[in-house]
Design a protein around this ligand. Structure first.
Ligand code: MRU
Length: 364
């Protein structure tokens, strides 16, 4: 996608041919800073401190993290160690495990002295694949927006989204926002309700920024507004992303997604979830019981980050010094609340049969 006319991906090989550049998302929307990753430690830090975030981009960064580790030491022992370091960074997005296992499985069959080159080729393949998957799911998702648009000619289709599942969360295009970009590019009038998404405000900081940079009409709302909008017919469609979708179609996404799905159900608003297939965890079915939910540092709840009156990015504390807080980062929306899953192979019911039908898995 373009920023002020220049095309960017969220991660790319640096001009030196071996280190890796990323956009530091902790500084957006106020500063656009490119960070250079030079070691597996740098890559692990970028993921855990959320310089990069969003399930597909976490996977892509882990893939390049493996390259940076192999660059230092291509041995079998190090290949295992790198995997351990990277997998410990964030527990919920299954794309992390998927990318590391794919890199390890490929590299372990390759002679040690050829691993460096092979690792970079595979990481590039993972990134390119993510771009084409997200583009394809956008094409499928756009048909939903088109259908609604036909029923209200001349009016914008109002879409509510949560967190950031745009191009910043992937290598390019995004998941939940990809259908929106495709619709906008095709001239379909759209307007996006952007949930602020406390505590880290990915909606306010990232979704609003990238939609605005692409010229998509949007309005920021605080996290508790969605239900009210739905009661008043102001939301035609919800689309969110997911960090892990179970084989039975339960969806784990940024904390607060579940409440939006409940409100959507009560108001007959279609609630779709967009996902690339590496976000499916085929090993589990019951999301509430089995998806590991990340609990992050309470500091993110206790403080709000923004631009101060001197134009400096700073933090302010919002609760008493003596009050404890808790920072659950994700929740699970059961499949029964999800109208459908938008994937690169098409749209399917959020169910075991639906997913298996698209991805040719055997249903027990
Ligand atoms: O904690 P984050 O910012 O990594 O959480 C991101 C989300 O919850 C996204 O909705 C999810 O990764 C899907 S993104 C394409």
């Amino acid at each position: 996608m373009k920023i002020d006319g220049t095309a960017y991906r969220t991660i790319w090989l640096s001009a030196d041919g071996w280190s890796v550049d990323i956009i530091d998302q902790t500084k957006l929307p106020h500063e656009f800073v490119i960070e250079n990753l030079r070691s597996v430690t740098d890559a692990a830090h970028a993921i855990s401190a959320m310089l990069v975030r969003g399930a597909p981009l976490i996977g892509a960064t882990a893939a390049y993290g493996v390259c940076l580790g192999i660059n230092e030491d291509p041995s079998d022992e190090n290949l295992r160690r790198i995997g351990g370091t990277l997998i410990a960074t964030r527990p919920t997005a299954v794309n992390l495990r998927w990318a590391i296992h794919r890199m390890q499985a490929y590299l372990q069959d390759i002679e040690v002295e050829k691993r460096r080159e092979a690792s970079y080729a595979m990481a590039a393949e993972i990134c390119d694949e993510d771009v084409s998957i997200c583009s394809a799911l956008g094409d499928h998702g756009m048909t939903l927006i088109e259908e609604i648009s036909k029923k209200k000619p001349g009016e914008a289709v109002n879409i509510l989204t949560h967190c950031n599942a745009g191009w910043l969360a992937t290598v390019d295009w995004g998941t939940a926002l990809s259908p929106i970009y495709k619709a906008h590019n095709a001239g379909i009038p759209v307007h996006v309700w952007v949930d602020e998404t406390r505590p880290r405000n990915q909606g306010a900081h990232l979704t609003a920024w990238e939609l605005g940079k692409h010229g998509v009409d949007h309005t920021l709302i605080v996290d508790n507004v969605g239900g009210h909008l739905m009661q008043h017919g102001m939301v035609d469609l919800c689309i969110t992303g997911t960090d892990r979708t179970t084989a039975a179609g339960d969806v784990c996404n940024k904390i607060g997604t579940y409440l939006k799905a409940l409100a959507a159900k009560d108001n007959n608003v279609p609630f779709y979830v967009a996902l690339p297939s590496p976000t499916i965890d085929w090993e589990i079915e019951d999301g509430v019981a089995d998806v590991p939910i990340e609990v992050r540092n309470s500091h993110e709840v206790d403080y709000v980050q923004g631009l101060d009156s001197n134009g400096v990015i700073s933090e302010v504390r919002i609760l008493p010094e003596f009050s404890p807080s808790k920072n659950y980062a994700f929740d699970v929306t059961p499949a029964r609340l999800v109208t459908g899953l938008i994937t690169e192979r098409g749209i399917c019911p959020a169910s075991k049969v639906g997913l298996a039908g698209l991805f040719e898995r055997n249903v027990a």
